[in-house]
Write a protein that binds this ligand. Structure first.
Ligand SMILES: *[C@@H]1O[C@H](CO)[C@@H](O)[C@H](O)[C@H]1NC(C)=O
Ligand SMILES: *[C@@H]1O[C@H](CO)[C@@H](O)[C@H](O)[C@H]1NC(C)=O
Ligand SMILES: *[C@@H]1O[C@H](CO)[C@@H](O)[C@H](O)[C@H]1NC(C)=O
Ligand SMILES: *[C@@H]1O[C@H](CO)[C@@H](O)[C@H](O)[C@H]1NC(C)=O
Ligand SMILES: *[C@@H]1O[C@H](CO)[C@@H](O)[C@H](O)[C@H]1NC(C)=O
Ligand SMILES: *[C@@H]1O[C@H](CO)[C@@H](O)[C@H](O)[C@H]1NC(C)=O
Length: 460
């Protein structure tokens, strides 16, 4: 069981073979932005499978061709007005920024504007028309089944998200939100939500414990329970997503799933931002990844995974505002990780920052087979555990088996000059796959601690 999960994990921290994914946002207010091919190399080296752009940058879209990475492009707020007033502008936008790159660049979604309702209320009247015109242009190009259109909204349009079951959209916006939801339902698209426990926590003035924002378990006496549904909320993230599901339901709409287009935690802040620390950011993002990849939904929609894009790839040092605003990045522009994040917060158990060698998700299966054979043969990797019937056999794919063999070879031989290449099918990642082994013991420990706290309480 534990080893099976380890193997699954090796597939890539950002995606399971099927099920939920964790992608990343690429903000561009960065002074030393690497070239587009370098950005793509950083994404691939870290096995990132889903990328959101805030625009439709031609260099990025070209560099992403044949990368195996799924791409969400953005219509900027500046572009929304023109498109919302002109079907021909919408058609030109689709031709130039989407149709021109498909299928080699796998564009799967268009985010129309960014938090339009709360940030540019003037644009509200043209938002849904813009979405409609873009959709018609996709239909005309026969791309509407490949590419979904939606519009990311801030959590602020739901004034009272707790308890989730009674949350509703701010009535000033509900007519527009209703039109958006109808559009999403008619086009089989999804709701795009920007949900930041960081802001929920920092603006809550101590109402919510930090552990709740960071996905750490709470003592049983402090469990967060919705009094109407009696659902437990293990994290603020789940509560924010569920508040949105309940708000949609309050408009008598259903069957629209939510994708979190932004969440994250800043790792550096100013003197008055004590919660923006590398330790908190690492905890948040590690636990977020683990949370999303467990494939479950929030309490009201347990079977709907919460696909999520982390904000963000690089620090946007050119952004205005407080220090924290410039420090949400997971990576420096040279590609090194700002902090080591992992699927477990128990890094110290195993940890150093060495890198690990895994098979790329996009690698050619024939080449993986050759690499696997070589690693287990001449390469001297111990491949017992991936034989049929052994703990790491499942899931039986070249990628999983090759990842196991590549890493075993790399860890044994790197000190004598072994590289992680395997004919271009392998890449190093800074995330320690073995920390995942500690996930289950850590969880049971927390469970035992809360159980004993609970028993003590009951016995007293
Ligand atoms: C593009 O992404 C879609 C959606 O996940 C996937 O089904 C399809 O196989 C991808 N296409 C390519 C060429 O990778
Ligand atoms: C709803 O939105 C309006 C317009 O932005 C704002 O003035 C009002 O304060 C909001 N209501 C609540 C309860 O937040
Ligand atoms: C939703 O449906 C209920 C029951 O039919 C109705 O009472 C309520 O007014 C509807 N709400 C909206 C926003 O349409
Ligand atoms: C997945 O995460 C949710 C929310 O934290 C939790 O309630 C659920 O038990 C987890 N499921 C598994 C299989 O770990
Ligand atoms: C990458 O950049 C960061 C920040 O400037 C720096 O601390 C780090 O040493 C650099 N890493 C490498 C490998 O050059
Ligand atoms: C880091 O990890 C590697 C691989 O597990 C190990 O060989 C090395 O000794 C470790 N280094 C330190 C400083 O702990």
């Amino acid at each position: 069981m534990v080893l099976g999960n380890l193997l699954l994990f090796i597939v890539g921290i950002f995606s399971y073979a099927s099920g939920a994914f964790v992608g990343i946002n690429l903000g561009t207010d960065v002074s030393n932005m690497p070239s587009a091919p370098d950005v793509v190399s950083i994404l691939k080296a870290n096995l990132i499978t889903h990328l959101r752009l805030y625009d439709a940058d031609a260099h990025m879209l070209k560099a992403l061709a044949d990368s195996g990475i799924e791409v969400m492009v953005g219509v900027t707020n500046e572009e929304v007005l023109g498109i919302g007033e002109s079907p021909s502008k919408a058609a030109a936008w689709i031709n130039q920024n989407v149709a021109a790159y498909l299928p080699s660049t796998n564009i799967t979604a268009i985010a129309v504007g960014s938090e339009v309702l709360t940030s540019i209320p003037n644009l509200v009247p043209v938002l849904v028309p813009a979405m409609n015109y873009l959709h018609k242009a996709l239909v005309a190009s026969n791309l509407n089944f490949r590419v979904k259109i939606s519009t990311p909204q801030a959590m602020d349009i739901i004034p009272r998200p707790f308890p989730p079951s009674t949350a509703t959209f701010n009535s000033s916006w509900s007519a527009t939100v209703y039109q958006i939801l109808q559009f999403l339902e008619n086009t089989d698209s999804y709701y795009m939500l920007n949900a930041y426990p960081y802001f929920g926590y920092t603006s809550g003035n101590g109402i919510f414990p930090l552990d709740y924002a960071l996905f750490r378990s709470l003592p049983s006496v402090n469990q967060i329970v919705d009094p109407n549904t009696l659902s437990h909320y293990d994290s603020m993230f789940d509560a924010l997503v569920d508040a949105t599901y309940y708000s949609i339901e309050a408009l008598n709409m259903s069957g629209i799933s939510i994708v979190v287009t932004e969440t994250g935690w800043p790792w550096l802040g100013g003197a008055n931002e004590p919660d923006a620390t590398a330790e908190n950011a690492e905890t948040f993002n590690s636990n977020l990844i683990r949370r999303v990849l467990n494939d479950s939904g929030p309490p009201s929609q347990p079977k709907v995974p919460i696909n999520t894009y982390i904000y963000e790839l690089f620090n946007e040092d050119k952004r205005p505002g407080p220090v924290s605003e410039k420090n949400w990045g997971l990576f420096f522009t040279n590609g090194s990780a700002v902090y080591t994040f992992s699927l477990s917060t128990s890094n110290q158990i195993t940890g150093n920052n060495s890198d690990f060698c895994v098979a790329k998700p996009s690698a050619d299966p024939g080449k993986l087979q050759a690499g696997l054979d070589w690693a287990c043969g001449q390469g001297g990797a111990n491949c017992d555990a991936i034989q049929e019937g052994k703990p790491c056999y499942l899931p039986s794919t070249y990628q999983n088996h090759a990842s196991y063999a590549y890493n075993d070879y790399y860890q044994k031989k790197r000190s004598v000059g072994a590289t992680c290449d395997f004919d271009g099918t392998a890449a190093t990642t800074t995330v320690d796959p073995s920390t995942f082994i500690y996930y289950f013991p850590v969880i049971s420990l927390i469970y035992l601690v809360s159980l004993s706290a609970f028993l003590q309480m009951t016995l007293n």
